[in-house]
Ligand binder design. Structure first.
Ligand SMILES: Nc1ncnc2c1ncn2[C@@H]1O[C@H](COP(=O)(O)OP(=O)(O)O)[C@@H](O)[C@H]1O
Ligand SMILES: [Mg+2]
Length: 364
């Protein structure tokens, strides 16, 4: 862990921050609310530690396509039993990461380990306990789920009885039992996606790697897939899922990694990320129009970080703590100001997503 003091480029306030070598964190100045990112030094140092607690470990992974860096020195872990959301806009590098994790692509530099085994060096061994879903299998239109899954069972060297038993089992999980002998070409996108999930869990994987699981699905289909993923967690399966949809990861995942332009922007639990962003606001309305003097009084309240007005509504920025909100209200009324409405607006993860994806690298 590195502890550093950085200066806000706008108001020059000193901020104390901590993080790991190479980690990029989002900063929000508590005084002037300028936003920016800071990358801790030591990015180039390869961290080799491999822990048995992790199902997936990615170390300094870089992928170039004809001189274009699609993935830039990415390092992260996925703990055993965790559901990790890998989030970012289109083109961020999510599918590239997943293809590197499943040996469909070879890294330009860096390593991906699954259960402590280097995917690039010994792929068969590393991927034996992995189920993956990368694309919807349109090429199986003329087969039935039974035929398709039998084929995949054979690839995984399951015997005939085992295959038949597993097919029944996985089709039940994805609610396609009645469709076992129907042509896949007649299925809806949602059904095809569920079948692809059935395929990925046929050989009892301990780790599931899924690229954009709900893309192209209607709300009901999305809900089915989400519930299925939550069910996998209760069975101790580690899930790594990529998505460009925030709602999906917020509802399903234990932890989230945000990726943009091939780089990790930030990571943590949803709660941790929400706590890192101090953009909570109190909206206040007063009975009477306030005088210059009244506004001066409000600004002198030490718990208030910033004050703005919009259509007669005062927007107070504060540290987000309920006790601070209470103190501010007490001070306003003590000053004789007639508060008629007072409500706290929590920053939403959606605001955060938009802000980190658009922010420039600023605070140094
Ligand atoms: N095979 C490839 N050849 C050239 N460029 C590629 C290839 N695959 C991906 N890219 C580029 O790499 C970047 C990341 O792509 P991708 O990993 O598919 O992003 P995401 O899945 O987050 O949308 C994009 O700019 C994409 O155009
Ligand atoms: Mg993709």
């Amino acid at each position: 862990m590195i502890i550093k003091t950085v200066k806000c480029p706008k108001c020059k306030t000193h901020l104390k921050i901590n993080g790991n070598p190479g980690e990029t964190i989002l900063l929000s100045c508590p005084k002037c609310y300028a936003r920016g990112k800071y990358t801790f030094p030591g990015e180039k140092a390869e961290i080799k530690s491999i822990s048995a607690d992790n199902a997936i470990e990615v170390r300094n992974l870089t992928k170039m396509f004809n001189g274009f860096k699609a993935l830039d020195n990415v390092t992260f872990n996925v703990k055993k039993g965790e559901i990790l959301g890998f989030v970012g806009p289109n083109g961020a590098g999510k599918t590239t990461t997943i293809k590197l994790l499943t040996n469909l692509l070879t890294p330009t530099s860096g390593h991906a380990y699954i259960n402590e085994i280097d995917v690039n060096k010994t792929p068969t061994k590393a991927l034996i306990s992995v189920g993956s879903l990368i694309e919807v299998p349109g090429v199986y239109d003329y087969l039935t789920p039974h035929e398709m899954l039998t084929y995949f069972g054979k690839i995984h060297k399951l015997d005939k009885n085992e295959i038949n038993q597993k097919i029944k089992e996985v089709l039940k999980v994805v609610k396609l039992s009645e469709w076992e002998y129907k042509k896949i070409g007649s299925f809806s996108t949602g059904m095809q996606k569920r079948l692809a999930i059935a395929k990925s869990i046929l050989h009892n994987p301990k780790i599931l790697i899924i690229d954009e699981p709900v893309i192209g699905l209607d709300p009901k289909g999305m809900k089915d897939i989400r519930n299925m993923i939550k069910q996998f967690k209760t069975e101790g399966i580690t899930v790594f899922l990529s998505s460009h949809l925030l709602r999906e990861v917020r509802d399903t995942c234990d932890r989230v990694i945000f990726l943009d332009d091939g780089k990790i922007v930030t990571q943590g639990s949803i709660d941790e990320i929400m706590n890192r962003i101090t953009i909570d606001t109190i909206e206040v309305e007063f009975l009477n129009q306030l005088s210059e003097d009244d506004i001066k009084k409000i600004k002198s309240i030490s718990e208030i970080n910033n004050l703005e007005t919009e259509n007669g509504i005062f927007k107070i920025k504060f540290d987000g703590k309920p006790e601070t909100s209470y103190k501010i209200l007490k001070k306003l009324t003590k000053q004789g100001l007639k508060v008629i409405s007072y409500s706290t607006q929590k920053a939403d993860l959606e605001d955060f997503y938009v802000s980190i994806m658009k922010d420039e690298r600023g605070v140094v």
